[in-house]
Ligand binder design. Structure first.
Ligand code: HEM
Length: 408
């Protein structure tokens, strides 16, 4: 289903061969910022930018850098490229599609969701109590976003394991050896997922409820309601955009508290108002994000002549460590003013629609853990290399065992 869309392989650009090296790509980022800030990868015909201002420009300037692309960093199943897809389109069309979804993410709806999210967090924390060592990825970072989004979409949360399986398969990295097999798996998962959601959409058209699928069934695009198929695809799109990213954020927050700046947990316990600063600093300091665009017109905005139709990758993780924007950028410092100007949620017209939700989930989850446990500690002999996923866009943790202090 994805055969026409050619993938851009990031690891072939970085040449970072091991998972550990991909988990800590920061020396390579620095080298690129210092020596090759506008870098052309001839093998894949891809431009790459690493400086804060350049990355921001690529994300922001949709006239030069378009989201209507033939190539991509992450596999996007063709069926997701429907009329209601918000990401693969440029303004002005983009505005209408985004308006459809953005009603679901207003500050008012977030406020209404707060108690629902707190309940889910409390249940997950209750399951950790009494076990001194827990895998925080499996116990919190994976189930929280998936349960929250399933709940907000109005899908029964008892089915969250199914949703997780499907979304894992849909975003599985391709590799050349197993291409056909992965393609088949994705086709099957997409079909099953869509068939699962379809009757839910029909039911909500008949009996509206207080959730996002219901909102989507009522929404109009160009004077017409979305078809059932389009509602299904929008729901799958939201699950895809919001799950893995928020899981990565939560996992990385715990990693940062234990390994980037041990001791910070006690600072948070003394002052819970620091939690949002921690969340922003983790997004800046340790978030594996890059975005790609199609160059829409011949241009030399960054110096070299770039041709219309070529691809360009904006290395967000590198921009977030650019010294010209963040003083002592390689130091993890939750107190540095302006940490929130990181680009991990993008910039410009496609700025992450779910950012307020992701921030709220992370802030509430960390504050709840800090209130409940008097400390967290590293497990003996931890080797991060044993806990990393296979990923095409950057490394993330598949597990992170931690020792929890006593309950309060
Ligand atoms: C830490 C968590 C998250 C991160 C780091 C993140 C990151 C991003 C980034 C970088 C973009 C811009 C894409 C581009 O420029 O093409 C984006 C767009 C988007 N995100 Fe997120 N995201 C997160 C969580 C979420 C959540 C929880 C949701 C919803 C449930 C969500 C929904 C979306 C949507 C719908 C878009 C497309 C917006 C558009 O194209 O106009 N994201 N996200």
């Amino acid at each position: 289903m994805n055969a026409n869309r050619q993938m851009i392989m990031l690891h072939e650009i970085t040449k970072l061969a091991t998972k550990q090296a991909q988990w800590e790509p920061y020396a390579w980022y620095k080298e690129m910022r210092d020596n090759n800030p506008v870098y052309y990868d001839a093998q894949q015909d891809v431009w790459n930018v690493f400086l804060y201002d350049h990355v921001k420009r690529v994300l922001f300037d949709h006239e030069l850098f378009s989201n209507k692309k033939q190539r991509s960093l992450i596999p996007i199943p063709d069926r997701l490229e429907s009329r209601s897809n918000v990401n693969l389109v440029d303004p002005p069309d983009h505005r209408k599609r985004r308006a459809l979804l953005s009603q679901a993410f207003t500050p008012r709806s977030l406020k209404e969701w707060e108690p629902r999210i707190q309940n889910i967090i409390d249940e997950l924390i209750a399951e950790m109590e009494g076990t001194p060592t827990v895998d925080i990825v499996q116990k919190l970072a994976i189930p929280l976003p998936i349960t929250v989004i399933a709940d907000l979409l109005g899908v029964p949360s008892r089915d969250r394991h199914l949703i997780k399986e499907w979304s894992d398969i849909l975003f599985l990295p391709y590799n050349t050896e197993a291409y056909a097999d992965i393609e088949l798996q994705k086709g099957r998962a997409m079909k099953e997922f869509a068939e699962y959601l379809y009757p839910i959409v029909l039911a909500k058209r008949q009996h509206p409820e207080d959730d996002i699928i219901t909102d989507l069934t009522k929404a109009e695009l160009e004077g017409e309601q979305l078809t059932n198929e389009e509602v299904v695809m929008s729901a799958i799109g939201l699950l895809g955009a919001g799950n893995e990213t928020t899981t990565t954020l939560l996992s990385n927050i715990f990693y940062a508290m234990l390994y980037d700046q041990p001791g910070i947990y006690q600072e948070l316990r003394a002052d819970l108002s620091l939690v949002p600063k921690l969340v922003e600093e983790v997004l800046r300091f340790r978030f594996p994000a890059s975005m790609d665009r199609r160059i829409a017109q011949d241009t030399n905005v960054f110096g070299p002549e770039m041709k219309a139709g070529q691809a360009i990758v904006a290395w967000i993780g590198a921009a977030n460590r650019d010294e010209s924007q963040f003083a002592s950028a390689d130091v993890f410092d939750i107190h540095r003013p302006g940490n929130q100007y990181h680009l991990s949620f993008g910039s410009g017209p496609h700025f992450c629609l779910g950012a307020p939700l992701a921030r709220m989930e992370a802030n509430m989850a960390i504050a709840s853990v800090v209130k409940r446990f008097d400390d967290i500690r590293q497990v003996n002999g931890f080797d991060v290399g044993e806990h990393l996923t296979e990923s095409i866009t950057g490394q993330s943790l598949k597990s992170l065992p931690i020792v929890l202090g006593s309950n309060l």
